[in-house]
Design a protein around this ligand. Sequence first.
Ligand SMILES: [Zn+2]
Length: 156
Amino acid sequence: MPAAPSADGHWQEDPGAWRTTPRPRGWKTLRAQVLARDGHQCTWIDDGQRCTNDGTDADHISDPDDHRPENLRTLCGYHHRKRTALQARAARGELPNRARPKPQHPGLIADDAGNTGTAARAAASSAAAAGRTAMRDALQRAREQAKRGADDEPPF
Ligand SMILES: [Zn+2]
């Protein structure tokens, strides 16, 4: 839940929020500076790829009460919510989710041609079948070649 400025201009805390201290004075300016520094693009890195969403939120990297620019980074709404949920869990003393990512269901793995599921399996099995057929044909030709003698053209 976003905090909202009260009538006198001070930031009021959402009682359910993990944050225990209010935003500093000048937060709006600080936030704008951080967003400008990061090119208004989310800085979340996943698998070495930076998120391409528009950066709309300034997030505290470590200490939530350290408002120096080096402790702030730009995130999109999605990643800020994700991040805040993790921080809320940490604040409640719960361990962060260290579960390994679930292995992908084989039916969801795409092949090189972008086929997924049944199509990918069918493509893979027909490729394997084609490979077996080609191998069998080659062996057959080689055997016939051997029978006829070594002076004919090579099998491959
Ligand atoms: Zn993002």
